[in-house]
Design a protein around this ligand. Sequence first.
Ligand SMILES: C[S@@+](CC[C@H](N)C(=O)[O-])C[C@H]1O[C@@H](n2cnc3c(N)ncnc32)[C@H](O)[C@@H]1O
Length: 545
Amino acid sequence: MPSLNWIGKSAVEHHHQEVPYRLVHCDGELSAGDPDAGNLLVQGDNLEALKALLPYYAGQVKCIYIDPPYNTGNEGWVYNDNVNSPEIRSWLGKVVGKEAEDLSRHDKWLCMMYPRLRLLRDFLREDGVIFVSIDDDEHHRLRVLLDEVFGTNNFIACLVWQKKYAPANDAKFFSDDHDYILVYAKQKNLWSPNKLERTSAQDGKYQNPDDDPRGRWQSDNYTSNKSKQERPNGWYAIVNPNTGEEIWPSPTAVWRYPRETYEKHVEENRIFWGKSGRNTSPRFKRFLSDVGGVVPRTVLLHADVGHNQSAKRQILEIFHGQDEVFATPKPTTLIAHLLKIGAGPEDLILDSFAGSGTTGHAVLDLNKQDGGNRRFILIEMEEKIAREVTATRLRRSVEGYDKGGDPTKPVEALGGGFRFCHLGVPLFNEFGDIDGGVTFSDLAAHIFFAETGVPIPTKATGQTSFLGKHAEKAVYLLFSPGQEGFAREASGNVLTPAALADLPPPPEGFEGMRVVYAEGTTVTPERLKAEGVVFKQIPYQIEGL
Ligand SMILES: C[S@@+](CC[C@H](N)C(=O)[O-])C[C@H]1O[C@@H](n2cnc3c(N)ncnc32)[C@H](O)[C@@H]1O
């Protein structure tokens, strides 16, 4: 399979594995509404934030939407990943500029995107999907990158979004009116898009001119453009019962259905010969009650999903007319459209380039509309944006606000809530020791994920050493925060014969092995084996350190 190469690729291919696991702390003051609604806004670089969240959410996200910097040369983004390679180190901290002044700007962008996409993939459920917004600057490179990370076979579609309302008549070449949205499934054979609700305009095409008791219907073509060689069972004569005329399809077409199906349609009174009944070609009566939702289309018109200007207007309304709060928002209607296709009402949604928080707003909106319980995780790197724009927008959406600050134009509260979080220190310091601020529940979540590859089933409080089971493993942790680095029987962080005997039993019927993490053990290897216990010493035997 052809693949893309760029400067620094070999240095970033495993970078996502080198990024440390950090603690996540929540800040009540910047949070709003119901803190237990299951929604998070994390301030921090998404590479580190994704890594920090992975132990809690791996394999749980149904739908990812991201809108990364398009690399237009005007955004002023900075390549900041601490990748240990001389060629990449020289880029550190420098603004990525225009083509002429920055010959490696596409390399930098690809180096930035690659490890993030690798991590994002790990968040998706097997039946999950990712939508990525992009424009012509990086579209073709992104497509090949996504092929590499998600697999060519998992490509679903390249959507075209009409982002502009009015053409740019001052454009030198073409008025650039669209963006792309690339769609990849985690596993194409397991993902299917949700059908969209029918609009009243679509339903309006269904009428009932003959008062059919089955309700409104629309007439469809009864012929197909296949040749009789291609589809011989569609080549037969039909008789109009009102005129007795024998009718054949045109020489270049066939009937859409074989004769047996046609006879069934006659029995069901589904063949329409025009109002007079004397038409020379039959039509098929398709009833509104037979058609389900609408299949999503690859072209997204601004009339249906909004445009850049409508997104900016919405920001102005939320931020009381303040100009330039956020320059590149997407319309909530666009993101809501994608979420309707990609997620159900109980699903978890992730946006790791959150910007003004449109994705969170769209989630709250959809929940309000249909009583759903969608949850979101948003990540925004810029502290000022995260605190002053993303968090403010989410808070106002949750609590309600006055459009443009005008009390005569109140906007209803959408309800729900979110926790604002930021990243703390790495779980393990430079020597590989557990940081002093790590709690039992932090370490438990990390260990369970490292051992099983899936998130811990319930938050560990330290009341019991049993963390949970997955497949053939029941996982235990003996850990006393503040005592790390010192194996002391008295503090309960050593697996002694007494502690072994006291381990809470795994759930009934469990027949796998028990994996016990502790600072040390005084139990003999023979006894451990006889008891079906594998001992792992923290921190040295924690995978993914
Ligand atoms: C194009 S904007 C997203 C706009 C968003 N879709 C909206 O509707 O408001 C990209 C955002 O990603 C943020 N960003 C860029 N690099 C990031 C990173 N490494 N981690 C987290 N956020 C990042 C930028 O600060 C910016 O706010």
